[in-house]
Design a binder for this molecule. Sequence first.
Ligand SMILES: Nc1ncnc2c1ncn2[C@@H]1O[C@H](COP(=O)(O)OP(=O)(O)OP(=O)(O)O)[C@@H](O)[C@H]1O
Ligand SMILES: [Zn+2]
Length: 723
Amino acid sequence: MSARFAEVLVPVAVAEPYSYAVPDGLDLTVGDLVTVPLGPRRVTGVVWQLAEAPRYARPGRLKPVEARLDAEPLRPELMAFVDWVAGYTLSPRGMVLRMALRPGETLGPPRPRIGVRRTGPAPARMTAQRARVLAALEGGLCHAKNELAREAGVSAAVIDGLVDEGALEAVALPPEPAARRPDPDHPTVDLSPAQGAAAAALKGAAGAGFAVFLLDGVTGSGKTEVYFEAVAEVLRRGRQVLLLLPEIALTTAFLDRFARRFGVPPAEWHSEVAPRRRERIWRGVASGEVAVVAGARSALFLPFRDLGLIVVDEEHDGSYKQEEGVAYNARDMAVVRARIGRVPVVLASATPSVETEVNARRGRYHRLALPTRVGGAALPKIAAIDMTRDGPGRGRWIAPKLAAAVETTIGRGEQALLFLNRRGYAPLTLCRACGHRLGCPSCDAWLVEHRARRRLVCHHCGFSMPRPPACPHCGTQETFVAVGPGVERLAEEAAALFPDARLSILSSDLIEGVERLRAEIAAIERGEVDLIIGTQLVAKGHHFPRLTLAGVIDGDLGLGHGDPRAAERTFQLFYQVVGRAGRESGSGQGLIQTYQPKHPVMTALIAGDRELFYDTEIAARERAGLPPFGRLATLLVSAAEAPAAEAYARALAAAAPLEAGVRVLGPAEAPIAVLRGRHRVRLLVRAARTVRVPDYLRAWLARVPPPKGSVGLAIDVDPQSFV
Ligand SMILES: Nc1ncnc2c1ncn2[C@@H]1O[C@H](COP(=O)(O)OP(=O)(O)OP(=O)(O)O)[C@@H](O)[C@H]1O
Ligand SMILES: [Zn+2]
């Protein structure tokens, strides 16, 4: 018997599903995608429960479900995952569902594919274009209309004209597959003994339920080939795989490598994928037709039919944390999703997050170690350049020692890399006459000069303007000076120092976009570049065979600031940057320019002693009760006017429940006190490990009225950044 009422979760900011009546004759199951009225709109929601009695409204007044969509129902694991993420992040459940439904919100019936073939008679009027179409159809085969148009170099209208005249006939084609099947037994490389042992452990885990593996291999140790073997095993068992990668839009090399191992590339899932393609992949993932997805963090919410393995590559990477909207860490949520689905998850990194390292040391995660590079290449030797003694002259950024090393490297026909984690030309522009600094009109931040674009840009809100002719403060003409370096300015200096070197700037904001970046990276791989100047983009898993020298321009940039993760992030970043060097030759060298050569992070890097870094950092976190030995959450109150934000933050603070092991700090102005015109005040929760922070926050929020007017409240459990 079919149920009479459906509890439907809709993808808007609501915590609970709404009740709807199920009309006679509509047979629904839990997980079905349905169209329901919502106020004046109609939306796609998901049947979260079916019942004989509705939960809230009087049954007679309930609106009916309008229709069931022609799509696979969401699986119980995905629904449980949505519930879990909403509960942990204190986000409205509907907003979490929204991540799973995108682009399912617009799912119509699959679009028909039209093919054409010849009928016999030639058209009455022949043109060159028509002749090309007919020639392409020679042999009687049926062609998809859009492909035929491309092949013959004509518009679709030319083909339509031939159909109208009866020279061609249109036929319905079966839908195009969303992805071709990867072949797990495609020929592959011979694994080293260490790789083989790690791969065997992962293969053994493929059907054995939930387990977390830390694939802990030094840079260039061949981690990818190892987890590919786990992927192959899961594919042999007919199940699906999710590969999470940071900066997926840039990882052409990864897709090629996958294709070399499995015969075809994986399905890609990220913001650069066209909407139609995303829709096809979404459906293909739901039907099981798509076997492997390589994606950005949002791929975690795809509706896999039978997910058998999750891999999180570069698990330490900051881009796994989403900070806007639902604040979640995709690495942590991947572990949750794997647990709910009872499948293994592999976290891969040469510089694991401190949280993951501690879990591995305690035996909660299984460590699979690859202690050496593929082919036995040595790890790079790292040295510091003490900028208090050996710095360059004023207004220059490349120390003589580093310049000499670059010169030698390029002279040998090898590649060098200069790393500076600052986009643009200069981070600050000031008036020489009055000292005025150009700031963003709506953020508490300086404008960054981008000389190639001829604009000053706010890196926080995107505001930009041309450099003004006169100082807005004192009115003097032409007095602005650029202070400090960004990669563009560094490239200018490098071009002057090494006039014959072929330079490439790698930065996420190249005017020409992602395609241009992909092309630059490919050119570097082919050895067409001598000197690479890059931001943190260069730290992400690239394998540039001829690169042997990595220089860090500002080794102190990330340290300090009172950010509890500063040391960790700095260590990871520099270790990874330097880890790009000498991957094949084994003669890699890293030089770090720093004013603090004795800083513990530098000491560990120079000693090449990763354990030393983790030992020191873990001990410091333990002493301070910081993650993973304690828990953090931030409550960020923002409002159009500072007093409104402050008043609500004070009310919040006053209502904080007293609980053993929990301390609430603040309210205090956030480090970026104004962002996009909104004033920001922050409360920080520090809790013992045993405290269930989401429950604590829920109890707290139940005691205060929700924010009103322009006031907003954003909660971040396990925050990564503290701006
Ligand atoms: N067994 C093998 N035989 C030959 N080449 C291999 C083998 N395993 C890996 N490689 C190659 O070695 C290079 C380095 O491997 P890979 O990029 O997977 O290292 P990684 O551990 O991911 O490094 P990183 O953490 O620095 O990104 C790649 O070009 C890869 O194709
Ligand atoms: Zn701004």
